[in-house]
Design a protein around this ligand. Structure first.
Ligand code: NAP
Length: 253
């Protein structure tokens, strides 16, 4: 596919962690990639990794929970890279706390980034997908969607993303658009490092404790998730839609 025909992917929260690995993986699979995160400058490393390998990438600063910023970012991506027809809603934050200590701000922040962000980005991209008669949406859910102590906000948002995914699959299927969710278990990133710090554990010990509970006896890597996301985004994968794929090193209870 020439660069003029190359399909454009947007990965949110792609400055680091799972989003960065996914952006690089989608570029390896032939997509031009908009590397979107809160701080445009923070996207530099991901963009350089892609361009150094001969790919096309654009750093985009955007808060996915802000409708105006999402609209401006998608307009810029459409102009500078091409119409975005592959969307990975990956941007995420944690505000963990037990229910009795959870503030309204903890609740709203998590809902706004995960759910409102995925809604705004999906709504903004769908017109490009419908015009192209092709689209791939992948939402990052989590094993926490099944319930997790200290994560009333996050587990509700991640379960909500599964409902959003299935609804998008039903609404947009007739336009050649699939929507699926990837639900990781424990993945070693800054997010899980921050959780270790919050509970006062060394990150290596924290990972070892998690690994001992996982059937494959290791924690996940961002690349493990990127591979699952890439699967759902391929051109020839148009008949798998509305699914939730747990990527957790084993089945979950
Ligand atoms: P991470 O290392 O914390 O990276 C998340 C990225 O999202 C950061 O670059 C962050 O930017 C960005 N971001 C936060 N709020 C944003 C906003 N409003 N607009 C745009 N970008 C925003 O997290 P990760 O571990 O890679 O997780 C990626 C996704 O997978 C998240 O949705 C997470 O919930 C999910 N997940 C992770 C795990 C895990 O074990 N790591 C497990 C299950 C699901 P800043 O750095 O500027 O805040």
């Amino acid at each position: 596919m020439s660069s003029t025909e190359q399909r454009v992917a947007v990965v949110t929260g792609a400055a680091r962690g799972i989003g960065a690995a996914t952006a690089v993986r989608l570029a390896e699979e032939g997509r031009a990639v908009a590397v979107l995160d809160l701080d445009e400058g923070a996207c530099k490393d991901t963009v350089e990794t892609i361009t150094a390998a001969g790919g096309r990438a654009l750093a985009v600063g955007c808060d996915v929970s802000d409708a105006g910023q999402v609209e401006a970012a998608l307009a810029r991506i459409a102009t500078e890279l091409g119409p975005p027809v592959v969307l990975v809603n990956n941007a995420g934050v944690l505000r963990d706390n037990l229910l009795f200590k959870m503030s309204e701000s903890d609740w709203d922040t998590v809902m706004n980034v995960h759910l409102r962000g995925a809604f705004l980005m999906s709504r903004g991209c769908q017109k490009h997908m419908v015009d192209a008669g092709f689209g791939r949406i992948v939402n990052l859910s989590s094993s926490s969607a099944l319930g997790n102590r200290g994560q009333a906000n996050y587990s509700a948002a991640k379960a909500g993303l599964q409902g959003l995914t299935k609804t998008l699959a039903k609404e947009l299927g007739k336009f050649g658009v699939t929507a699926n969710a990837v639900a990781p278990g424990f993945i070693a990133t800054d997010m899980t490092a921050a959780t270790a710090a919050r509970v006062g554990m060394d990150f290596e010990d924290f990972q070892a404790a998690a690994a001992s509970q996982i059937p494959v006896q290791r924690v996940g890597r961002p690349e493990d998730v990127a591979g699952a996301v890439a699967y759902f985004t391929r051109d020839d994968n148009g008949f798998v839609s509305g699914q939730v794929l747990y990527v957790a090193g084993g089945p979950l209870d």
